[in-house]
Ligand binder design. Structure first.
Ligand code: 5RP
Length: 236
């Protein structure tokens, strides 16, 4: 599976491969979304097919559900699973406290629900996602379509009152149309540069009417597995 990969895919692949070593027979596993998580789903499928590993996977997006079925993983819903042993997912940024920004792929709502319902969350990544302070990556905020422009204005007003650096925001687009999440919602991306107090920002954003969930994952991630382009893997 690993031959002829580009350096960045090698990093993602080795992180994914190491992380699936933490999956044991009988586990219920949350399956993240994104290009790194897709490597994890393929690696897990390989263990299911080759070792007869019996697991149930709870996908965090329609994309991941489709891939999981293709590679032979038994897919169940979160309501069937109720609680999960482990979730493995990618991230857009992580800091030294293992707080994250997620949602670059627009799936952070399901990802946060699934990760929170898990005994353990492991993030798989390449080193480029490690930051001193969260915020260089645009922070996604999922809003319902009704009155989204009002929600966006309220978000901007809130950011101004918090004196957060950089307060521009933009509706995420998919070509000419607004991006639509698996839940039928839109995403407002916040360009903040640096988030001083991620816990406070997350709580405040989620209180704005129309906001469904933001992409800050605070105290949810337990471990980060970093894959390097030369094939080395670090676990922190
Ligand atoms: C999707 C996510 C992804 O995990 C995140 O965007 C990282 O993706 P990739 O592994 O493709 O860089 O949060 O909502």
């Amino acid at each position: 599976m690993s031959s002829n990969l580009s350096p960045i895919d090698t990093a993602k692949f080795v992180a994914a491969k190491r992380a699936v070593d933490f999956v044991e027979d009988g586990m219920r596993v949350g399956l993240g979304t994104g290009s790194t998580a897709a490597w994890m789903v393929r690696c897990l499928g390989e263990r299911v097919r080759e070792e007869g590993l019996r697991i149930a996977g709870v996908p965090t997006s329609t994309r991941t559900a489709e891939l999981a079925r293709q590679v032979g993983i038994r897919v169940i819903s979160l309501d069937e699973a109720r609680w999960l042993d482990l979730t493995i997912d990618g991230a857009d940024e992580f800091d030294m406290d293992l707080n994250l920004i997620k949602g670059g792929g627009g799936a952070h709502l399901q990802e946060k629900i699934v990760a929170t319902a898990s005994d353990q969350m492991i993030v798989i990544t390449d080193p480029s996602k490690q930051v001193e302070h969260l915020g260089s990556f645009p922070l996604p905020v999922e809003v319902i379509p009704f009155g989204w422009q009002t929600s966006k204005a309220l978000i901007e007003e809130t950011l101004a009152s918090l004196e957060v650096l950089g307060q521009t925001s933009a509706l995420r687009m998919n070509g000419e149309a607004p991006f639509v999440t698996d839940e039928g919602n839109h995403i407002i991306d916040l360009y903040l540069q640096r988030i001083g107090n991620p816990r406070q920002l997350s709580m405040v954003l989620n209180q704005i009417p129309g906001v469904v969930e933001n992409g800050l994952f605070i105290d949810i991630c337990d471990k980060v597995v970093i894959g390097h382009q030369d094939g080395r893997v670090e676990v922190i």
